[in-house]
Design a protein around this ligand. Sequence first.
Ligand SMILES: *[C@@H]1O[C@H](CO)[C@@H](O)[C@H](O)[C@H]1NC(C)=O
Ligand SMILES: *[C@@H]1O[C@H](CO)[C@@H](O)[C@H](O)[C@H]1NC(C)=O
Length: 504
Amino acid sequence: MSKRLLTQLMGVRRMSRRHILVGLCGLVSLLLIVGLQAVYTGSLPCVVAIWNGPPPNMANRLTNPFQLPAFRGQRSRVHDILTSIPPGSQLGVLKGLNNDENNYKYYTEAKLRQLTACMARGDCHSNAENVVIFAAYHCHLSVFKGYIGGEGVWCNGMIESLERQGYTVLLAKDDWRYVAHIYRQIPELVKAIIGDDSPGSRYGRPRDFFRSEARPDGFPTWKYFRFYYFSTPKGTVISSYWCASAEIEWRQVGMGNYRNNTYLGYALELPEETRTVPWSQRPNRAYILGKRVQYFYKWRAEPFIPAEFITRAYHDMRKEIPDFEFVGGFIDDRTPEEKEKLGEWKVPEGVRQLGKLNASEFDDAVANSKAMVGIGWPATSPSPYRAIARGVPFLNPHILGEHSTADKPETWMSVQHDSMRYEQPPHVYHVEARNYESFFTALRTAMTTPAEPYILPRLRRDAFDERMRNFVHRDWRSEAERILTNRKNGQESELGVDLGMFEL
Ligand SMILES: *[C@@H]1O[C@H](CO)[C@@H](O)[C@H](O)[C@H]1NC(C)=O
Ligand SMILES: *[C@@H]1O[C@H](CO)[C@@H](O)[C@H](O)[C@H]1NC(C)=O
């Protein structure tokens, strides 16, 4: 009896122990849930922040005890600490923590925390869970060093457009090992990786990290796009379509050497942000495109418009327009050996040297001109687009080849700004290279014909934004699969020099 009682009692005791355990478990779970909820909704940082004085949203929380703090407006201090990009991440800034080497990681990891925070709160932009990784060295320079050469303009444009439309942009320098490291953590979110493929890079090449049977954690070949400014794509193993370019292909489908790249490009400022000068208020001057004195002379190649044409045109123009002048900002950055061997090279007579200009000074100098003159280099740069957007026509020189016809732009052998070969006056004047009459006629017409500001449709912000959206959301996998299936069946549908087999 007593034994039974004891057993019963023990049973009760065992029961209650179990109950206590269950209760404890429940309590711990509840605490965990509250804790997690607190972390994700941001109320934990709030609590932590009390120790450093109440954060701004505390008052709200105290007066409305049943209401969660408002997260859409104010963020707590700890939230800011967790999600901000460390200051001083620019290249060349004094650092205690090796920022120059790691700035892209600081940037990317802060972005991932920002994404985590908004996903947990449920207030992310609807595009935020689509991630694009940039692994191009030029983008590294444009973000961290303010580089604004052509590639820099392009990178800044793509990043700005994606972020403004709510996408998540991560930066990885050209560090493919790091790309793979990030990718492996959020494979489904990463929609595209745009980056360099440089043999001999100390970080390896994209193909070293492509997903395969042997490397199941790599990123898929079809998520990688080669970063390549010009419309002369090299493409990837899949196709030249996997080459993202800043310039549009001017050849038409069906023409020999047609190159099927993916044109992303960039946009110019909105028309209302473009400072223009009415034609009648501009001085009688023509801006010469190019930052190097060398472009006037035979340096790497012959100029399209040589120095003597410039001086001769200056004198000829002055007979008609007495205050006419050429202007431009030029440097001589030849090597000491080149200077020794080739002698001193000066800006030609008739050109007023404006020296080194920053971006806004350049735009102002161009806006206060009646023409922009191309002399051969640089090829395909953003500057002629900027000039046209200010109502300043571009003189675009071209070379005729053996099979060229003067009035058929598609047959011209070489054009300074390739993708503007179909544009027409008063925005673009085509000039035959090394033909003074052609040059002078175009110059005179440009100097005496008013032109209105014009932004090429493809350079308008809405067109660019749409291209970026289409790029991110396109079903690249299906395209790649179709290509691969055909390829395995011996049917090649693609253009490109690096075509080969790959794994999906
Ligand atoms: C370019 O390549 C893609 C992918 O193969 C293809 O879908 C598209 O039709 C091609 N475009 C042209 C104009 O050939
Ligand atoms: C360029 O320099 C001028 C001063 O000469 C300055 O006012 C302007 O803000 C600078 N612009 C840029 C883009 O740095």
